[in-house]
Design a protein around this ligand. Sequence first.
Ligand code: PEP
Ligand code: MN
Length: 351
Amino acid sequence: MSIINKQKIIIAGPCSAESENQMMQTALGLKKINSIDIFRAGIWKPRSKPGGFEGAGKIGLKWLQKVKKTTSLLTAVEVANPDHVEMALENDVDVLWIGARTTVNPFTVQEISEALRGTSNVVLIKNPINADINLWIGALERIKNANVNNIGLVHRGFTSFGNDEYRNAPFWQIPIEMKRLFPNTTMICDPSHIGGKRYRLQNIIQKSLNLDYNGIMIESHFNPDLALTDSDQQISPSDLAILLDNIQWKSKEIQKSEYNDKITVLREELKELDDELLSIFYARMNISRDIGELKKKNNLTILQTKYWDKRLNYLMKLGQKYDLDPIFLKTVLENIHLESIRFQNEARTKK
Ligand code: PEP
Ligand code: MN
């Protein structure tokens, strides 16, 4: 059985392979944590700008082989082109992952799929950096079409403008939809790239486990402050051991029955969507306020009936497509509209 079918998969290791010593020290620390299955390390590092540390390259694969021999942990690297795939397979790497910057590019994903054709190794596909589910689905289909059977998905968050709560906003509804579309595909959370900071890791992991993810991929470095890449988000193996002790693979409410399992996951999904709804309301009201101010400057009335009529008609039709009850939808839309007018009015009457 492939490791990808195991429940509670834990992948840990440094963001980048920096030196043999850094790899060995980290791996020996991680080996002490019994629950760790796979040692990860970036050999070729995609950097936004040139001039930064771009990974150790091929020699890192030799260090990885030593780690495997010494610790008997499985190993994982990122592959960003067919050459990487070839070198990784030649050097006995067990798990190959496609990074977020690659998933966005169907040309590259196709080339990588060809290089992977028929492999029994595990292939993990990270979500694309932008919040476009079709790119993620497309990458999964391309890899599947190359007769790769041991596939997992890694949720590492999405670039988003104006968010300072995370390094990469999780947009949980996207992996939730992937899980709905591909219920038998392993979903792994990468809290390191979502959080960007050590103190955020635990909550992100717990949230993903409450959503019934199958495992985590986390960055760990024997001395995180010295790490050449992603220093703020890496944690030491001993801190990782504490963190793993403090998470619950199933939330407290869940008992043994299947009903409880399912209801808890569904409730978590609803919670995420409700949070999202509120943040959309917030953004919408801010725009209403801006419109109020603009109308004030131009001395226009608040209610522009014709425009609203047109929008309402359009949205009611769209609602049909989404199977929404027309009475329910009309009430919601009219209330949102009324509240927007109140916001506009407030902005208009403000001195
Ligand atoms: C990584 O895992 O180190 C990495 C580069 O990740 P991502 O592709 O998610 O940015
Ligand atoms: Mn990293």
